[in-house]
Design a protein around this ligand. Structure first.
Ligand code: HMG
Length: 427
């Protein structure tokens, strides 16, 4: 007999790179007033990747934490989907590396989804649909958003860079947030607001145009969602947005406030005070990490859930996902019960607490060395042990090589190429 399946996120974990740079340090190097970055863009720091970190290591670290912190039985995972626009190979998905690195069962689908920052939302919707199709058979999927946001040195986009990964366990036991079943509110338009040709490691962007595209997509999906769900502005305890830089969420909130004021035809409470209650509590981690593309919305969600007020259980949250190009979606979730049981496992503050701040020359050196790691022959034998982390060692014989400290049954170091991972991993 078919069982009604509530579906959504059962657990989530966050990983951010070990290094970061203060935006004031970057502003000083550019001869720009730091207030432009701190206030104009709303950021404080941005994550900086080391040469031994890449989208695979970040995804594997987030997934490892998810599995360990949420007591996930690896044999129950039947699908791993990675939403990313920082793919490391034109054919082999990041999901397949992650599958090998964290030691999941062979009876598992693995693939990536890509549409700029929308990729992880596409992955979540897909995984949720697959869970529902199981008709109560306890299907569980891991969805990971992992990206490195990289713009040209000295460009307007540079202070909005960042990197990180969010892993989410999707199932019919949505302890953290349950997805609402209302009709889809999606919007697609073929626009050139932001893109990255295959031959470039940095994104191209038409900055002002991208802001307009984002806000247009927001208006369309918001109207569609209210129309199909019958919900009203006041039904949302919090409104979360894709966060390319924190000030963008501020602009997005103000646009919804204007729309709502026009719809009601009467004065609304001041927008700034409403922003402070409805959206600002979700932004504290994004302020510290920068844009993580597909994961930015989910970092905001993780931050809110981890440090939101105690009465967040049962609250409805509105989520706006935007991917340049463009595809956008507005949907809502209901926060699950017993927040005290799961909020301590998300690990946002913990991930941020261990970071090391670098100076400007170190930032430039690290990004140059990271970009140099993509080519064959970049492989270096590890000099130091892995300290428990998954590390990218470089490319040898056209194969990416990772060093992992993760295995289901023990904790031995293993070196893992794409070939070795197909089996069990070798020493
Ligand atoms: P810019 O050249 O820094 O723009 O580029 P600006 O000169 O207009 O300054 C930005 C803000 O700083 C302005 O505030 C200034 O007034 C303020 P606003 O008018 O917008 O409210 N400002 C100051 N404030 C205080 N003190 C000062 C001062 N000086 C100026 N002294 C831009 C900004 C966002 C265009 C650039 O950073 C960029 O190109 N970023 C990348 C693109 C982007 O993030 N687009 C967002 C929408 S598209 C999206 O979200 C998708 C994306 O995530 C990719 C994906 O989907 O994969 C990017």
């Amino acid at each position: 007999m078919e069982r009604e399946c509530r579906f959504g996120i059962e657990g989530m974990s966050v990983h951010v790179p070990r290094h970061c740079i203060d935006l004031g340090t970057l502003a000083a190097a550019r001869g720009i007033d730091p207030a432009k970055y701190y206030e104009g863009l709303g950021g404080r720091r941005m994550a900086v990747v080391s040469p031994d970190e890449d989208p695979v290591t970040m995804a594997a670290e987030a997934a490892r934490r998810l599995v360990e912190r949420h007591d996930v039985d690896r044999s129950e995972i039947g699908m791993v989907v990675v939403g990313s626009e920082t793919g490391v190979d034109a054919a082999k998905p990041i999901a397949s590396y992650v599958h090998g690195l964290i030691g999941l069962s062979p009876q598992c689908r693995t693939f990536d989804t890509q549409h700029a920052c929308y990729g992880a939302t596409a992955a979540l919707q897909l995984a949720a649909g697959w869970c529902i199709q199981g008709n109560g058979s306890r299907r569980k999927a891991i969805v990971i958003a992992t990206d490195i946001a990289r713009y040209e040195v000295g460009s307007a986009g540079e202070p909005t860079q960042g990197a990180g990964a969010i892993a989410m366990l999707v199932s019919c036991e949505p302890r953290v947030v349950a997805f609402d079943r209302h009709d889809e509110a999606v919007f697609t338009q073929d626009v050139m607001d932001f893109w990255r040709p295959h031959y470039r490691s940095t994104a191209m962007v038409d900055g002002r145009h991208s802001l307009d595209c984002y806000l247009r997509a927001l208006e369309h999906t918001w109207d569609a969602y209210l129309g199909s769900s019958g919900l009203r502005f006041e039904d949302f305890r919090h409104l979360l947005f894709h966060v390319p830089f924190p000030k963008m969420a501020h602009k997005a909130f103000h646009r919804l406030h204007e729309l709502e004021a026009a719809r009601r035809g009467v004065a609304m409470p001041p927008a700034e005070a409403m922003f402070d209650t409805l959206t600002r509590p979700s932004l504290w981690a994004n302020v510290e990490v920068g844009n993580i593309y597909s994961g930015s919305l989910y970092l905001a969600l993780a931050g809110l859930l981890e440090q939101g007020d105690a009465a967040i259980e049962g609250a409805r949250l509105g989520l706006f996902s935007y991917g340049s190009g463009c595809c956008a979606e507005f949907y809502s979730v209901l926060v699950g019960p017993d927040a005290t049981a799961w909020r301590g496992r998300i690990g946002v503050a913990e991930a941020l607490a261990g970071r090391v701040e670098v100076d400007y020359p170190t930032y430039v050196e690290m990004r140059t060395r990271s970009e140099g790691m993509a080519g064959d022959g970049s492989f270096r034998e590890p000099v130091h042990p892995g300290n428990g982390r998954v590390r990218f060692l470089g490319v040898r014989d056209h194969r990416r090589v990772y060093q992992a400290h993760i295995s289901p049954g023990g904790d031995q170091l293993r070196s893992c190429t794409s070939r070795a991972c197909a089996g069990a991993g070798s020493g």
